[in-house]
Structure formats: structure tokens, C-alpha cells
Write a protein that binds this ligand. Structure first.
Ligand code: M6R
Length: 364
């Protein structure tokens, strides 16, 4: 049932504040001001490396998780798309945690990668939405997302719920590794609890995003830029746009622009810049300005400070609330999803059932 919404995708975008809150509820202990995981026999403190394996949108959660786990827990993380991991003969060492991420829990390549890790003797964990799925049954440690059934082929609410669980895992690894003060944990709990409200704020920009969509819909190519955890967000934005609007789109790490992609820039190419203000902001802005000097039509997604500093000469800005860097990807996902959605609607494509795609890819 789509409720009042025209498409499942839009309904699922709008469900995010509720389902992310629901997911966080099972990982936060507000009274103790702690971030917890389900009970497990396994000692997280023994983890020395993490291998994350997933496909598509879930793999971008893995990439964001790499930033978080390395930053907070100081554990080395590698991330692979499942179809590569299986066949590259990865070096799997004892004390490595194998982590799969999947909405359906049935994606063939991810499931095969999970079995490969188990056969190599790794302890495995899974961030999974469908609790009765093959992966949910086969992982040693199930870290459920509570997004509810996701019908739209383009993953939206599963993505943000996966990020919420990934944050909880990173914080728990950090504590187990002795890298987390209670003070920092308390602060993080406060920031995580602020996510649903910040997502509501992000959703309030829906009409504005709808109004700018026809401009993007007319483009043949669209580029997305981000740095740090916003780099995987750029990849996610590009994947979302291409899968439902069929516009060619690519995501790049902002600093990579001048190593090639800038050659694509002219005044016909919209450039979506995902850049919360913060320590990396100036660097991203200088990459953005290099592109603007070559005619790029920039849409800047940032907060009030960022827009005040760099919003000039853009075709549009989308103002996000000012949030802690840890939760920024959860909030910035909303405008990225809405933009893809409205561009697809403007083009008249079948948003919930894009051509050539299946919701769950159960063949290799
Ligand atoms: O069910 P899974 O999370 O394992 O699916 C992985 C990908 O197939 C999926 O995220 C795909 O990339 C989506 N269509 C993206 O919107």
C-alpha cells in the first residue's frame, strides 16, 4: 500500500525518520547513554581486521563504515563488492570479522561471499533487513535493520537503517578496543537520537527539490562529488539517479576531479556537491570552484554555514540542518534520494520498477 504517495519509493523515503528511529531504538540504551549490540558470545575486542562485503547501495554503507570503524576503533577495514571478493582470493586472517550488508539477505554474490568467509573460519556478522533470509540464518551475529519491507527497487530506507546499525557497530568496536571514552559515547548517543528530527528537516525540502528536478532531468550526464564519508554518498547519489532516471551519472571523490573527470565538465553537466561544513569543506569547495570555472552547473547540498560561504554561482542550494559529521550521511541521504526520485518522475520513467532491474539479485 503506497498510502498517499504516488510511488513506493517516495513512501519509503518518507518513512525514514520512523524506521531509522525504530532501528536505533534496538541499539541505543538512552538511560545508560550507551550504544549496544545484541548479546553475543564473541569478543569484539579480539577483532583485528574487518572485511566488509556487499553489493550496490549496501556496499556504499560498507565504504562509509570503513571511515567510521577506522576513525573510532582504529581497526583496519577492507570493503569489497561481493562479486570481486569471491574471486580475488582475499587474504583472510584469524581475528578478522567478516561483515555482510544486505537488505534482502538473498543477494547471490553476497551470500556466496558469506559462505566463503565462514569456510575460511571467520566469525561473521550481517546487517540485514529480512530476518527470515538465508544470510540472517547463516551469520554468527545478526545485526537487524528494522526498515520493514522495502518494495521500491531503488533502496532508500534500508540504506539509512543500515547506516544506523553500522554506526552502532563502529562505536561498539571502539569501546571493545578501549578507544572510546564514556563522554564521547554519551555525545554520540545524543547525536544519533537527533537523526530522525534532522531527517524530517531534510524532508521539508521536498518541494524545492521537485522544482529543480526538470533542470537535472534535461542533462545527459550528471556528476556527484563528495569527500570522506560523503564520497560514498556521491556514489550512492549517482547510482540512485542512473537506476531510476536512466541518466548517466558518476560519483567521484572531490579531490579526484582534477585527475581526469574534470575533462567532462562544461555548462551542460550538472555537478551535485555533497559538502557539510567542517574540516574538509574548504578543500571540497576549491574542487567545486575549479569545476565552476569551466561552466559546471552546481547544486550545493550543505548547511547554512556552507551555503553562506560557497553558495554563490550555483544553480541551486539545498540547505541541510547543521549536524555532527557522524550522522551527516544519514541526513544527506534524504535530498540525494529525493533528487533522483523527482528527476525520474520528471522524465516519466517507472520509478518503482526500473527497466532491467530486479529488487533482489539472486543470480550471480
Ligand atoms: O538486497 P541487497 O541489499 O543485498 O541488494 C544489493 C543491491 O542489489 C541493491 O542495493 C541495489 O544496488 C539497489 N537497487 C540500489 O538502489
Amino acid at each position: 500500500d503506497k498510502g498517499n504517495h504516488r510511488h513506493f519509493m517516495l513512501k519509503e523515503i518518507y518513512e525514514q525518520p520512523v524506521v531509522v528511529a525504530q532501528t536505533l531504538r534496538s541499539y541505543l540504551r538512552p538511560l545508560e547513554e550507551m550504544v549496544a549490540l545484541p548479546d553475543m558470545e564473541f569478543d569484539l575486542g579480539s577483532v583485528e581486521r574487518v572485511a566488509i562485503v556487499a553489493c550496490g547501495t549496501a556496499s556504499y554503507v560498507g565504504m562509509i563504515g570503513k571511515y567510521w570503524i577506522e576513525q573510532f576503533a582504529r581497526i583496519q577495514v577492507e570493503v569489497d563488492v561481493a562479486s570481486e571478493f569471491r574471486y580475488r582470493d582475499p587474504v583472510l586472517t584469524p581475528n578478522m570479522l567478516g561483515l555482510v550488508i544486505s537488505q534482502s539477505g538473498e543477494t547471490a554474490d553476497t551470500l556466496a561471499a558469506l559462505r566463503h568467509m565462514k569456510a575460511a573460519g571467520l566469525t561473521t556478522a550481517g546487517i540485514i533487513n529480512v530476518p527470515t533470509s538465508s544470510m540472517a540464518r547463516e551469520v554468527d551475529l545478526l545485526l537487524p535493520t528494522h526498515a520493514g519491507p522495502e518494495i521500491g527497487v531503488a533502496s532508500t530506507k534500508a540504506f539509512t537503517c543500515q547506516l544506523a546499525v553500522m554506526a552502532a557497530l563502529a562505536i561498539n568496536l571502539a569501546r571493545a578496543k578501549g578507544k572510546l571514552t564514556h563522554e564521547l559515547e554519551r555525545e554520540i548517543v545524543t547525536h544519533l537520537r537527533a537523526v530522525p528530527e534532522a531527517m524530517n528537516h531534510a524532508l521539508s525540502h521536498d518541494e524545492e527539490i521537485q522544482a529543480m528536478a526538470p533542470k537535472i532531468a534535461a542533462a545527459r550526464d550528471v556528476l556527484y562529488l563528495g569527500r570522506g564519508p560523503d564520497y560514498p554518498m556521491a556514489l550512492e547519489g549517482a547510482l540512485k539517479l542512473k537506476e531510476i532516471s536512466y541518466i548517466h551519472a558518476e560519483g567521484y571523490a572531490s579531490g579526484e576531479m582534477k585527475h581526469g573527470p574534470i575533462a567532462l565538465i562544461d555548462d551542460q553537466v550538472p555537478l551535485i556537491v555533497i559538502a557539510p561544513s567542517g574540516p574538509l569543506f574548504d578543500k571540497t569547495v576549491s574542487n567545486m570552484q575549479e569545476a565552476q570555472a569551466r561552466g559546471a552547473q552546481v547544486v550545493l547540498i550543505s548547511d547554512a554555514d556552507g551555503i553562506a560561504q560557497a553558495g554563490e554561482n550555483t544553480i541551486a542550494t539545498i540547505e541541510m540542518p547543521k549536524v555532527h559529521p557522524l550522522i551527516a550521511p544519514l541526513v544527506y541521504a534524504v535530498p540525494v534520494q529525493l533528487l533522483a526520485y523527482h528527476v525520474a518522475v520528471a522524465k516519466g520513467t517507472d520509478v518503482d520498477q526500473p527497466r532491467n532491474l530486479a529488487k533482489s539479485v539472486t543470480v550471480e
